[in-house]
Design a protein around this ligand. Structure first.
Ligand code: NDP
Length: 254
């Protein structure tokens, strides 16, 4: 029987029912992993799972609100009880709230972005790391952004949260390398998903500037993220930890 890179691996992907998370879910599943997607919207989860089950009948989904502590506990208990382990955690769930300038962003929007994009990563990771430590192996992949590197006038909370993701990743990497748990960040460039699909109409000049600045001369697709996620999920990356890998068609190079 053909062997795959991620055979027998169990992967939990927060969000995962669309966009980048789904692109990663497909990639991991095609390479042998059993994937559990965990978004808030169960009907989106159902539609995504139908596709993922075509790749592996054991793929699964669970409703998760990353901002709700008991929902996180239920999710982690469900996956560890049903599958016996969690080898790969992809902290992908994220939102953006825009304002024309930083001081115009409401406190509520600021809090929601920080909770979803940064605080929840700590909450989920803290529950899953002990499982990985016990198994003496684990891969944690956090999803950052170009805004982990650059600032932006119209998404200050988003940039602050994504900058925090990179620093949090490094701290976990330093702490857990001795347990054979690697923690890394992927920095997607500009990717066509639900989060950005209003961009072309709302900000046509900026949309064109992005294509102009991207050496690959296009926006990315969710499947563009899969290769790096597969590498960071596999034993091929066992000596890689604490890094942030841009997957951006060259946007951040110059
Ligand atoms: P989508 O809007 O398509 O996906 C966002 C995902 O996050 C959905 O699966 C959504 O699930 C989930 N989510 C949001 N809030 C919660 C919550 N409270 N609990 C559980 N799940 C939640 O956007 P993308 O695919 O673009 O975004 C995925 C990640 O990639 C995000 O972290 C984003 O910041 C990052 N990113 C995106 C870029 C882009 O250009 N698109 C660029 C750089 C980074 P549900 O719908 O069920 O709530």
């Amino acid at each position: 029987m053909k062997e795959f890179l991620l055979d027998k691996k169990i992967a939990l992907i927060t969000g995962g029912n669309g966009g980048i998370g789904f692109g990663i879910a497909e990639g991991l599943s095609k390479n042998g992993a059993t994937v559990i997607i965990a978004g808030r919207n169960q009907s989106k989860n159902d539609i995504a799972l139908k596709e993922l089950r075509k790749l592996n009948k054991k793929n699964d989904s669970i409703t998760l609100d990353v901002n709700n502590q008991s929902s996180i506990t239920e999710c982690v208990n469900y996956v560890s009880k049903k599958f016996g382990r969690i080898d790969i955690l992809v902290n992908n769930a994220g939102i953006n709230r825009r304002s024309e300038e930083p001081h115009l962003l409401s406190k509520m929007d600021w809090k929601e972005v920080m909770d979803t994009n940064l605080n929840s990563i700590h909450d989920i990771t803290s529950k899953i790391f002990p499982i990985m430590k016990k198994n003496k192996s684990g891969k944690i992949i956090n999803i950052g952004s170009m805004m982990s590197i650059f600032g932006t006038a119209y998404a200050a909370a988003y940039a602050a949260s994504k900058g925090g993701v990179v620093q949090y990743t490094k701290s976990c990497a330093v702490a857990w390398a001795k347990y054979n748990v690697q923690v890394n960040t992927i920095l997607p460039g500009w990717i066509v998903t639900e989060m950005t699909n209003d961009f072309k109409d709302k900000f046509p000049e900026r949309y064109a500037m992005i294509v102009d600045r991207t050496p690959a001369d296009r926006w990315g697709l969710p499947k563009d993220l899969a290769g790096t996620a597969i590498f960071l999920s596999s034993n091929l990356s066992d000596f890689v930890t604490g890094v942030s890998i841009p997957v951006d068609g060259g946007y951040s190079v110059w």
